[in-house]
Design a protein around this ligand. Sequence first.
Ligand code: NAD
Ligand code: ZN
Length: 255
Amino acid sequence: MKSSNPFIAEAARRIDEAKHAIAFTGAGISAESGIPPFRGDGGIWNKYDPIVLDIRYFISNYEQSWQAIKAIFYDFLCDKHPNRAHETLAAWEKSGQIKNVITQNIDNLHQQAGCTKVIEYHGNAQRLICLDCKREFEVKKWVFDIKAPLCPHCNGKVKPDFIFFGERIPEQAANESLTEVESCDLILLIGASGEVAPANQLPVLAAHNGAYVIEINTEKTHYTQSIVDLPLRGSSASLLPIIADIINNKIYNID
Ligand code: NAD
Ligand code: ZN
């Protein structure tokens, strides 16, 4: 059988033939689940001041910061569902097509779609962590019913378990990501602008180690001209299922 789009077919063939393919995802993969990226028109930073996510400001303006954080992350995150891009990656994890997802996202949608090998580079909004006793717990409804939650164990201040400005990348996620980008032979960049450091260095390291780089994005990015071997323009929720179909039917031959 033959595929009509040679670039999409080539991406499918490359993914199918890779020995150790990984995905690197950014806010764009969740756009079609109804979660807006931070930047650009309609982005979150047009409406809220990012200072509430500065760790020192957060601690000294606890109630006010929590009010904004609830509005930014929790009022609309709660009822969001994975889209076909998250589902395709979860299916590829099961079939062995990809080994890991490194995500910058904090929305838990890869995990909800069934991915189990997810490196949460920036953490996860579904967990809270106590700044005093360091216990972690899942976000539950009581958190939203009060002005600013306190730790149920020690009454300490709690923060969402994703990284704020001024915080380091969680050590385990940083180490696991490095291992992945050093051992992969293919990296799929999906909905990631490449503007956020140090996460944006991971695809560069993978490319320098010889990995083949496929980019799926509605727009050109910093990566497009520098490290991308095969750019695919379009939305991730439409392109990934098409690639999956091609892999399932082995329709790589182009005339
Ligand atoms: P980003 O750096 O993750 O870039 C978003 C990219 O997605 C852009 O390049 C855009 O062109 C692309 N894009 C938009 N819609 C797309 C679609 N349907 N299909 C494919 N690509 C699409 O974005 P940011 O918003 O600047 O994020 C900054 C940081 O904050 C990142 O770490 C990001 O992961 C995080 N963030 C996370 C979430 C979330 O958890 N869902 C939401 C906003 C921001
Ligand atoms: Zn505590």
